[in-house]
Design a protein around this ligand. Sequence first.
Ligand SMILES: C[S@@+](CC[C@H](N)C(=O)[O-])C[C@H]1O[C@@H](n2cnc3c(N)ncnc32)[C@H](O)[C@@H]1O
Length: 256
Amino acid sequence: MASSSLHPPSPARPGLLLGVGVGPGDPQLLTLQALSALREADRVVAPTTAPDSEGRAESVVRQALPDLAVDRIPFSMTSDDTPEGAAARADSHQGAADRLVGWLDAGETVAFVTLGDPNVYSTFPSVAATLLDRRPGTRVETLPGICAFQALASATGTVLLDGTETLALVTALDGTAPVKEALSDPSRAVVVYKGGRHLPEIAALLADQDRLEGAVVGELLGLPGQTLRPVAEAAGEPASYLATVIVPPAPRRLQP
Ligand SMILES: C[S@@+](CC[C@H](N)C(=O)[O-])C[C@H]1O[C@@H](n2cnc3c(N)ncnc32)[C@H](O)[C@@H]1O
């Protein structure tokens, strides 16, 4: 496993913090590497909104390894961009670091599970950065997980990229401007994360730019309540936070 290039591992200290991607929801999409790491870790920890509630990543792990002990670390999952929201997130990262420091000082390998991949829009890098401020020299590594958009492409039979096509992976948490910008090149595939709330606006943008054909949205992929729909049929109302949109490149329509 390669050490994170952002965080040089020297001087070495006891303990290892391992960010483990568990895929979008279906436990069958856990990699063999992730399963081995979870079995071998001294401790498995999972983010949660409250100590008595099982987070999504923990539920994936529990289905695959029902007897595994999982420690919950409460996190503020607010997407609020006000100073208060940012302070709540920073506080929860400090709280997580407090607990991780104790375990790492005891020399443990701590596996921190995260939905999808730990290096794609995940809580893990900020937790690791907070920890490294407090405990420089900590070994931090990651194991890849299957991303939600990959699962959506497979589940809907969507070819995401072919030949020399390019991909824009954007978020629409605060509005659709990044989607509009990404759509400016019709030969580019666009994946939208965190855009459930703005799904009607995204659909309108796609209709405007003649990009609705082939565009799909997946909600709660691999989780109870999963839905897979053409964006054209889902445009009427907002979707949940766990929704992903794929817009394939436009020129493919012209190919035989
Ligand atoms: C904080 S990001 C996590 C991304 C994740 N690390 C990955 O690699 O796919 C959250 C966004 O990922 C997407 N997502 C993650 N899991 C999903 C799922 N099970 N179903 C649909 N979308 C999902 C949604 O767009 C959601 O708003």
